[in-house]
Design a protein around this ligand. Structure first.
Ligand code: HEC
Ligand code: HEC
Ligand code: HEC
Ligand code: HEC
Length: 502
């Protein structure tokens, strides 16, 4: 049975069809005018002030870009505590006093907090006991180089003094120069607002590998601006007389083994451990390097995709400048690419972190034992020759531990790589312990070297012989007397810089 459609009804269909086409056309016009207007809104940019080449003041840039500046100011928030991170002040040594023992002989054993927002960079650097309390030409612990990743005053000062001269001198000698926390001038060209690499250290590391950083793609730049600071680095004191030249150890490659090879060849170590006397490498925060080894890095996802998401406000789309844990706004970060619920995605993060945390603690216990057992061996009269290989083992195991945990996001950024590194460290550490047991036995010691009581930060610091009351008192005095002078000098300087308004 075939159905014949009446001719009359065909006409009706045509009519509906034509009306629909016209309707769609009009709708299309409307839609395109909306997107056009949105696009106009996005690109309308009326500068209020003229930005000079090395303007370090975020508030001045903020006059031109209020939305970005408002979100930047949120890096002052301290309202988020995730399972392991967040923007609250977390005392890493209090949470895990083993670290105090691992860093015995190095300033990190005095004081080490997890990172907070960028706007705190200057305050936190002045406050940390790692910069000590330099006063009246005494008590200096660090070089000027330490300021390099803290402020847009750095590119300004480098332009004024020259890069080599910037790296010369003591930390406190430029305290009055560096006052504006990490901000606009660190990542942007003031004329074009394009992303810009302002730190020579990264440009030079690329050059030594035969790469030109200016050829990077836009998406690569969305990570490379972060790689100016969130990387492993060291101070090369051999390059230029009197300078602590900031250098990335990337010449052989960016893995934990390749950087170790580089350091070994340069016979570099950050400090000699106070208990074991091992020549220790302190990993800084190889955030970029580790990220590149994870699946997101491999798929070309950039730091900014997760830490600087797009935000829409009143039809305006812009980039959030609150660099923070992406768990602050999963809907704007992870869920741009993943369909799973917020809860699932958060648990994906916690799950990886929990598993890595398990190994971290095991590895740290091994390292604490290594340092205390090595000290016992020295005390019993072990010789340099007997200890040499053992100390190398301690150096290798601790470098791997530090590399894996030092950049806080690593457990999520590249969980498989981090677990691989930790597994190797546990093996190297245990091998060194077997050798140590033989040395101890040779000197007639066949018992267990007792694990120290380091259940709190205070106990651990007492165990390694730090005089904390004195360090704290000196710091308070420094903060009360020296820092206010720095701030006043800076105000006087900046008040002379004219702001040209359009
Ligand atoms: C740590 C690096 C960094 C700092 C510091 C920084 N920005 Fe950005 N900014 C970015 C990135 C990344 C983007 C996204 C660029 C892109 O994808 O094109 C961006 C984009 C912008 C844009 C383009 C419009 C938009 O919102 O996407 C403006 C304007 C801007 N930033 C202004 C500022 C201002 C003002 C400051 C200081 C308060 C600042 N930025 C500080 C990295 C930074
Ligand atoms: C000029 C150096 C510098 C640059 C460039 C930089 N950072 Fe940072 N970043 C820091 C320092 C220093 C801290 C720690 C500040 C503190 O604790 O006082 C930090 C902290 C952070 C934190 C921790 C915030 C929190 O709430 O705990 C995140 C996340 C972060 N940065 C991401 C980024 C991303 C993403 C980029 C690139 C878009 C970037 N950073 C570029 C130096 C830098
Ligand atoms: C810009 C896109 C993008 C963003 C943003 C993003 N991801 Fe992914 N994610 C990917 C891609 C691409 C892969 C690789 C999967 C593939 O290629 O099949 C991936 C893989 C994963 C995996 C599986 C990999 C593994 O470790 O086994 C997890 C879990 C994951 N993402 C969680 C997250 C979470 C949590 C966030 C937010 C903090 C996030 N992603 C943000 C694109 C993104
Ligand atoms: C796919 C998403 C993703 C990408 C890409 C990514 N991160 Fe992360 N990052 C995370 C997550 C998730 C955490 C863990 C947050 C937590 O535990 O609260 C984290 C943590 C961090 C932290 C510690 C934050 C804190 O609260 O203390 C820093 C710093 C950081 N990332 C920097 C970077 C840098 C630099 C890059 C690029 C080289 C990068 N991240 C790329 C998702 C990402």
């Amino acid at each position: 049975m075939t159905e014949q459609k009446p001719i009359k009804s065909n006409k009706l269909y045509w009519g509906i069809f034509i009306v629909a086409i016209v309707g769609f056309f009009l709708l299309g016009l409307l839609a395109s005018s909306i997107t056009q207007r949105k696009a106009e809104k996005e690109f309308v940019y009326k500068p209020v002030v003229q930005l000079s080449d090395n303007e370090p003041r975020n508030e001045v840039w903020g006059e031109n870009f209020p939305k970005e500046f408002e979100t930047y100011k949120k890096t002052l928030d301290t309202n988020l505590r995730t399972k392991f991170n967040g923007n609250v002040l977390r005392d890493a040594l209090e949470e895990d006093p083993r670290m105090v023992v691992l860093w015995a002989g190095y300033a990190f054993s005095r004081d080490y907090n997890q990172p907070r927002g960028h706007a705190y960079a200057i305050k936190d650097m002045r406050r940390t006991l790692r910069t000590a309390a330099p006063m009246n030409g005494e008590g200096e612990l660090q070089p000027t180089t330490c300021w390099t990743c803290k402020s847009p005053d750095v590119p300004r000062l480098m332009a004024e003094k020259g890069v080599e001269n910037f790296y010369k001198g003591k930390w406190s000698s430029i305290g009055h120069e560096i006052v504006n926390p990490i901000g606009c001038g660190d990542c942007h060209d003031p004329k074009t607002m394009n992303l810009k690499i302002t730190r020579p250290v990264l440009i030079e590391a690329f050059e030594r590998q035969g790469k030109d950083i200016t050829q990077s793609t836009h998406q690569e730049m969305r990570s490379l601006v972060c790689a100016q600071c969130h990387v492993e680095y060291y101070f090369d004191k051999k390059k230029i007389e009197g300078a602590a030249y900031l250098t990335l150890p990337w010449d052989k490659g960016m893995t934990v083994e390749k950087m170790e090879e580089y350091y070994d060849e340069h016979e570099f170590s950050d400090y000699t451990h106070k208990l074991s006397r091992a020549p220790i490498l302190k990993a800084q925060h190889p955030g970029y390097e580790v990220h590149m080894l994870g699946i997101h890095g491999q798929r070309g996802v950039a730091c900014a995709d997760c830490h600087m998401p797009y935000i829409s406000e009143g039809g305006q789309k812009f980039t959030s400048h609150q660099q923070v844990s992406p768990l602050e706004y999963i809907d704007k970060t992870c869920q741009v690419c993943h369909r799973e619920s917020e809860e699932t995605l958060r648990n994906n993060v916690y799950d990886r972190q929990d598993k890595i945390f398990e190994n971290k603690i095991k590895l740290e216990d091994i390292l604490v034992r290594l340092h205390t057992e090595a000290k016992k061996a020295w005390d019993l009269g072990a010789t340099e020759a007997e200890m040499k290989e053992i100390l190398q083992g301690i150096r290798k195991a601790q470098w791997r531990w530090d590399f894996a945990v030092a950049s806080h996001g690593a457990a999520f950024h590249a969980p498989i790589e981090v677990l691989r590194i930790m597994a190797n460290a546990i093996e190297i550490g245990n091998e060194a312990r077997v050798k140590l047991a033989r040395v101890l036995a040779k000197y007639g010691f066949n018992q267990e070297v007792p694990y120290p009581d380091i259940s709190t930060k205070a106990k651990a610091q007492a165990f390694i012989g730090l005089d904390m009351p004195k360090l704290n008192a000196d710091k308070l005095k420094f903060l009360d007397t020296v820092v206010p002078q720095w701030i006043q000098q800076a105000k006087a300087r900046e008040s002379k810089w004219k702001i040209v308004r359009y």
